[in-house]
Design a protein around this ligand. Structure first.
Ligand code: PLP
Length: 401
């Protein structure tokens, strides 16, 4: 035991090693970040160094931001203001919604499934076959026994025909249903209106299902499109709750997501116990929660402003269209959904996948990957990628095609 302790002490850093290590990782991150093409994260967060004075404090938003008394140092007032601001983006009056900040949309999706599970006895969870893995995980955590996956079309949207067919086959009393605003692999938007009309035509009443919207990606896109063409928000009465991530589109240093739920729905659910040790109703998944990120998120949204978000969103979506066209002009079979920053293309060599932090998706039509044209993905870097892509494809080719 003594030796073991001594060994640990020998590994203590000198202050020089300590700052070298910080420098080393910062350098690595600076070199890599402009090549992070593949995961839906906006790496444009340089301006967040403004918040460094806050790193000298522990900000713990312990419990519920609306009713909790909190730990010692909290940012509850900012967290509540964030909920109210974002509620407006999703077309609901701030007095009609409750919400809080999570470490990511996996948690916010889990919270949605959890509320559906507390509303019904033995419901069936209905998701698309391209839904984020967090739903199957949430089903396991909440002991939801039945999960039905609906086929998606070539664009990645839930197929209304299969939705209807599966609802007929899996007829039961209650459902938890999730629609998607900006799917993981193709950035697709589900057609909520058509899917809801399927439910209505089958005579499935709203009292029989809980509807969650996974807007992890699309939640920071659709509110900033002119004339709200997709309407994936609380203007759809049937939607009970939603998730929206901020690290995906806004640009913040740590992952973060908001869970929002209609108070009208919450009022039909069982009450939460009171957590005496931190003087709060136990409404949140986490106990101790990050108080830094909701502040950063609110400040950035207020600094950029609605009009700023509109123009940023336009820019990113135009860059996706531009990239898709550029690839197609080079005989690469690329595609891109409307209003989506996601460009799908045939997978390149594994070396290029690794260099540009791209995922590999297998499909019967051939392996593919995707690029998200976030702010930090610059056109110069894209040209370099394209050169390498074309080169590696031509050297891989065996004989004429
Ligand atoms: C990223 C994503 C999630 C999960 O969010 P995390 O913040 O990574 O936990 C869920 N759904 C969709 C559609 C996503 O894009």
């Amino acid at each position: 035991m003594k030796n073991y302790v001594n060994n640990i002490e020998e590994k203590l850093f000198s202050s020089c090693q300590y700052s070298n290590e910080i420098k080393k990782i910062a350098e690595y991150l600076n070199n890599e970040k402009h090549k992070c093409f593949g995961i839906q994260i906006n790496q444009d967060v340089d301006d967040c160094s403004d918040f460094s004075p806050l790193l000298s404090h522990n900000l713990n938003n312990l419990g519920d931001p609306f009713t909790g008394k909190g730990g010692h140092l909290v940012t509850f007032n900012y967290e509540r203001e964030l909920v109210e601001l974002v509620a407006g983006y999703f077309n609901i009056d701030s007095s009609e919604v409750w919400g809080y900040y999570n470490p990511g949309s996996t948690y916010s999706n889990l919270h949605g499934v959890h509320l559906g599970m507390s509303k019904f006895e033995n419901p069936t969870l209905i998701i698309s076959d391209e839904a984020h893995n967090s739903f199957v995980k949430a089903a396991r955590i909440t002991r939801c026994k039945a999960v039905v996956k609906i086929k998606t079309d070539q664009f990645g949207r839930m197929c209304p025909e299969d939705f209807e067919k599966q609802l007929r086959i899996n007829r039961t009393n209650n459902y938890i249903i999730s629609f998607c605003s900006g799917s993981v692999t193709k950035g697709a938007y589900d057609d909520a209106e058509t899917l809801l009309s399927v439910l209505r035509n089958l005579g499935i009443d709203k009292s029989q299902y809980y509807l969650h919207l996974d807007a992890a990606l699309g939640g920071m896109i659709t509110p900033f499109l002119l004339e709200n063409p997709l309407r994936l928000d609380f203007s759809i009465d049937e939607i009970d709750s939603l998730s929206v991530s901020f690290h995906k589109r806004l640009g913040i240093p740590m992952p973060g997501s908001l869970f929002l739920a209609r108070k009208k729905t919450l009022n039909t659910l069982p009450d939460h116990p009171y957590a005496e040790h931190y003087s709060s109703y136990d409404t949140t998944l986490g106990g101790s929660r990050d108080g830094f990120s909701p502040f950063v998120t609110l400040m950035k949204l207020k600094k950029i402003g609605y009009e700023g978000m509109v123009s940023r969103t336009n820019h990113v979506l135009e860059k996706a269209k531009w990239l898709c066209e550029l690839l197609r002009n080079n005989d690469i079979n690329a595609s891109c959904n409307d209003y989506s920053p996601c460009v799908v293309l045939p997978a390149p060599s594994s070396a290029l996948l690794k260099e540009y932090h791209l995922p590999l998706y297998a499909s019967p039509e051939g392996d593919y990957t995707h690029i998200f044209t976030m702010e930090h993905v610059k056109k110069n870097a894209i040209y370099t990628f394209l050169d390498k892509y074309l080169q590696s494809n031509s050297s891989n080719r065996v004989g004429p095609t």
